[in-house]
Design a protein around this ligand. Structure first.
Ligand code: COA
Length: 445
């Protein structure tokens, strides 16, 4: 059977940076360690005045096409995943194709374009759509371009303001992929939830604490559903477990829950029993409340064990390196977690070919998906091409007053003209509005 998966990816971060412990926390009268230790964030990326979801997505896609030597005729499908769209009818993928057509000979008239929406899980759903399209044999030897692009902005003063971010991930889905092969093994946890939504409004209505509980509940269901068609998951089965990362502190909770689940009824649970006892079993408790209290105490002890800390340090921690510096990219978040993990392996000279990843995606509203991937032979060459560290280092460091202006500039209800903080070079930029209120773009040499 032909292998299908991610052949290559490129990342484009918003070109501005808000230092969370250094600039944001003091203005809010908060302890900087809430960010560095609690949420696990050093900074958030923001779009410059000339950037938006289209420019970031098009710039990531152009880098990807250039690097892989692709022409429009090689792409049969362009899917954009976003929860920051500015149009309820015309999909962002048409704008991005229009940008790319400014710089390439040929066009994308033959390409099927769409836009996927299900909060942060839409990027993974678009990968699934591309996989299915190729597996069904409808791709006519063409590859799919999947772009996850978002400006994750919250209303000023909302608790979510602590976990903002902006950036895009472009992924090429193809046969015989160089990066990771997707598998048919998937599990879902999906329910009608009201944790985070944008009912025809730009900034989210969010119940942050509830969204964290829903994330964990749906993720647990997805693991159980996954295990119904695979072997039971075990901590040693996966080189890395990239999770959707709205902020690293969320993944700290998901990792602990996942580990507790994976070691249950295994020799690892038995070997830890001397130190912290066996995991509480519900049947041994008089009521649910007593059981949940016992679970909380056990998890507190579990997270301090050497076994857990070592596993977390190897399998989870490396997935968080990019997220710590850029914040929440919504649909792109789980994909920068995968990229961070592979980058960490490449930097330490680890040979990952043939090893497996377990990928945990989540979107509020709410749905989690767990799927397995196998790292392909040429993964290291692909990952070496990323310049995300340079992009992160080159961002303009905003003062708090500048941050407020940038936030206003990207607020759809305000009309604020501000100067660019960075000089655009060899990239697509937003230029204004056209006759039907469409957004317009051009390529700057
Ligand atoms: N030192 C160390 N840790 C600290 C700290 C300090 N000085 N101050 C706070 N913390 C810890 C808190 O204990 C908490 O960690 P915990 O959850 O493990 O207990 C963490 O930092 C966040 O602090 P908290 O007071 O809960 O922050 P908040 O009220 O600003 O809310 C969110 C945080 C994530 C709920 C909020 O930013 C939000 O709504 N974000 C958007 C929604 C979202 O991303 N949801 C995730 C699922 S998709």
């Amino acid at each position: 059977m032909t292998a299908v998966g991610i052949d290559a990816l490129e990342i484009w971060t918003g070109k501005l940076k808000l230092d969370l412990p250094g600039t944001f926390a003091p203005q809010k009268g908060e302890d900087p360690e809430k960010y560095t230790k609690g949420l696990g964030l050093n900074a958030s990326s923001f779009p410059d005045a000339h950037e938006d979801i289209v420019t970031m997505g098009a710039n990531a896609a152009k880098r990807l096409m250039e690097r892989k030597g692709l022409a429009p005729d090689d792409i049969g499908r362009i899917d954009v995943a976003t929860e920051s769209a500015f149009d309820n009818s015309k999909p962002v993928s048409t704008y991005i194709a229009g940008c790319l057509e400014q710089v390439y000979d040929g066009d994308f008239h033959h390409a099927n374009k769409g836009e996927r929406k299900f909060a942060c899980i839409a990027g993974t759903q678009s990968l699934d759509d591309a996989y299915n399209w190729i597996k069904a044999g409808r791709n006519r030897d063409r590859a799919a371009l999947v772009i996850a692009t978002d400006t994750a902005l919250y209303a000023r003063g909302d608790p979510g303001e602590a976990t903002q971010g902006a950036g895009a991930v472009a992924m090429l889905v193809d046969e015989d992929p160089d990066l990771v092969e997707l598998s048919t093994e998937q599990g879902y946890g999906s329910a009608d939830e009201t944790d985070f939504l944008k009912p025809n409004q730009q900034f989210p209505s969010v119940d942050g604490k509830r969204s964290m509980q829903v994330y964990l509940a749906r993720m647990r269901e997805a693991v159980e559903d996954f295990e119904s068609i695979s072997d039971p998951t075990h901590p040693e089965d996966f080189a890395y477990i990239p999770f959707h990362t709205p902020f690293p502190g969320m993944v700290r909770k998901a990792g602990l829950l996942g580990y507790r689940h994976m070691i249950r009824n295994t020799p690892i649970e038995e070997s830890l029993a001397e130190e912290i006892g066996l995991q509480p079993r519900e049947d041994d408790y008089a009521d649910r409340e007593a059981y949940e209290e016992a679970i909380r105490e056990h998890m507190d002890e579990l997270k301090s064990t050497d076994e857990y800390r070592e596993w977390y340090g190897e399998v989870i921690e490396p997935t968080l390196a990019i997220s710590r510096e850029v914040g929440n990219w919504y649909t792109g978040s789980v994909h920068i977690a995968r990229a961070a993990a592979l980058k960490s392996a490449a930097e330490s000279g680890r040979d990952l070919a043939g090893e497996r990843l377990l990928v945990g995606s989540y979107g509020s509203g709410a749905q989690a998906e767990i799927h397995a991937e196998t790292v392909a032979d040429d993964w290291a060459e692909e990952i070496d091409e990323l310049n995300v560290d340079e992009q992160i280092d080159e961002r303009y460091d905003l003062s708090f007053a500048e941050y407020e202006k940038v936030h206003d500039r990207h607020n759809h209800d305000k009309t604020i003209d501000i100067e660019d903080f960075t000089v655009p070079e060899e990239e697509f930029v937003f230029t204004g509005w056209g006759r039907m209120n469409e957004r317009t773009y051009e390529y700057v040499e």
